[in-house]
Write a protein that binds this ligand. Structure first.
Ligand code: NAD
Length: 296
C-alpha cells in the first residue's frame, strides 16, 4: 500500500480518492473547495491544509484538475509544488489537458529527478465511483509499471499509448468522438419526440440497434429516459459542458498542429460553445440536447 497525495476532489477526483482510501492506501487530500475535502475525509482520506501539505511522505502524487492552466499553475513556478515533492515519488496527472502542457510539466518534473506520467481517464463520474475508469497513459514503461497498482484501485482498463503527452492525444481523440456522438444522439431523440415518439422507447430501440453508444446506454441526454443519467437530475453532477468545450478546443489545436481535418469535431465544438453561451456551461455536456429540442 502506498502513501498517496491527491489534489483536486471534484466530480471525478472525489470518488477516485475515495476508492484509493477504500483499497487501503493512505491518502492525503486537498481541494480549494472545503466541502470537497470533507467528503473525501468521510470516505477515509486525511485532510491536508494545502497542496504542499498533501506531499508529506508521499510516494505517489495524483492530480485531477480542470485544465492546463490549473495543472501548470499547481506544479510550476516559484510557488509550484514540484520543488516540494519527495525524491523518488511518482507523479500522475489524471486531468485532461493539452499534450504540450503535459510534456512541459513532465519535463520540469524530470529536471528535478521525478518521474511523471499523463493518465487522463474515460468512464465519467459513474466509472469514477465504481472504480471502473479507463486510464490512458503517456510516459515511459517503468513509470507505467509503477503506476499500475495505484491506477488499478480506480479503474479496470489501463492503456499505455506512448511517451509523455500521448495519453492526452488519445484522450482528445476519444472525447472528440464522444462530443459528436452525444450531440447527434440528442438530435435524433429530439427528432423522434417532435414526431410524437416516446423518448424511452426510442432510446431502448437505439441502445440495441446500430446507433447504440454510451450516449444511448449510460448517459442518455433526454430527461427521464435513464434514472441515473445527469439528464434525469437536471444535468448536474456529470461531465461539464465547458469541460467538453475545453477538450474540443484542445482537439482543434491538436488537429491544426498536424494539418488534420476534423469537420465534425469543429462543428461539435461550436455546438458546445453555443450551449455554454445559452447558460448551460456548468451543466453536464448532454445538456447540449437543449439546443436541439428547444427546451430552455
Ligand atoms: P471538477 O470541476 O468537478 O473538479 C475539479 C476540482 O479541482 C474542483 O473541485 C476544484 O476546486 C479543484 N481545483 C482546481 N484548482 C485547484 C488547485 N490549484 N488546488 C486544489 N484543487 C483545485 O472537474 P471534474 O469533472 O472532476 O474533471 C476533472 C478533470 O477530469 C478535467 O480535466 C476533465 O476534463 C476530466 N474528466 C472529467 C470527466 C467527467 O465525467 N467529469 C470524465 C473524464 C475526464
Amino acid at each position: 500500500m502506498s502513501h498517496i497525495a491527491f489534489i483536486g476532489l471534484g466530480n471525478m477526483g472525489g470518488p477516485m480518492a475515495a476508492n484509493l482510501a477504500r483499497a487501503g492506501h493512505s491518502v492525503r487530500v486537498f481541494d480549494l473547495v472545503p466541502a470537497a475535502v470533507a467528503h473525501a475525509v468521510e470516505a477515509g482520506a486525511v485532510a491536508a491544509k494545502d497542496a504542499v501539505d498533501t506531499l508529506a511522505g508521499a510516494e505517489v502524487v495524483i492530480t485531477m484538475l480542470p485544465a492546463s492552466r490549473h495543472v501548470e499553475g499547481l506544479f510550476l513556478g516559484e510557488q509550484g509544488i514540484l520543488s516540494h515533492i519527495p525524491a523518488g515519488a511518482l507523479v500522475i496527472d489524471c486531468s485532461t489537458i493539452a499534450p504540450a502542457s503535459a510534456r512541459k510539466v513532465a519535463e520540469a518534473a524530470a529536471a528535478r529527478g521525478l518521474s511523471m506520467i499523463d493518465a487522463p481517464v474515460s468512464g465519467g463520474t459513474a466509472g469514477a465511483a465504481a472504480g471502473t475508469l479507463t486510464f490512458i497513459v503517456g510516459g515511459d514503461d517503468a513509470s507505467f509499471d509503477r503506476a499500475k497498482p495505484v491506477l488499478s484501485a480506480m479503474g479496470k482498463n489501463l492503456f499505455h499509448v506512448g511517451a509523455s503527452g500521448a495519453g492526452q492525444v488519445a484522450k482528445l481523440c476519444n472525447n472528440m468522438a464522444l462530443g459528436a456522438i452525444m450531440a447527434v444522439t440528442g438530435e435524433a431523440i429530439a427528432l423522434g419526440v417532435a414526431h410524437g415518439l416516446d423518448p424511452r422507447v426510442l432510446s431502448q430501440m437505439m441502445a440495441v440497434s446500430t446507433s447504440r453508444s454510451w450516449a444511448t446506454e449510460v448517459c442518455n441526454p433526454w430527461p427521464g429516459v435513464l434514472e441515473n443519467a445527469p439528464a434525469s437530475r437536471g444535468y448536474t453532477g456529470g461531465f461539464g459542458n465547458d469541460l467538453m468545450l475545453k477538450d474540443l478546443g484542445l482537439a482543434a489545436e491538436a488537429a491544426m498542429s498536424v494539418g488534420a481535418s476534423i469537420p465534425l469535431g469543429e462543428l461539435s465544438r461550436n455546438l458546445y460553445a453555443m450551449n455554454s453561451k445559452a447558460g448551460n456551461g456548468k451543466l453536464d455536456f448532454s445538456s447540449v440536447v437543449k439546443l436541439l429540442s428547444g427546451e430552455k
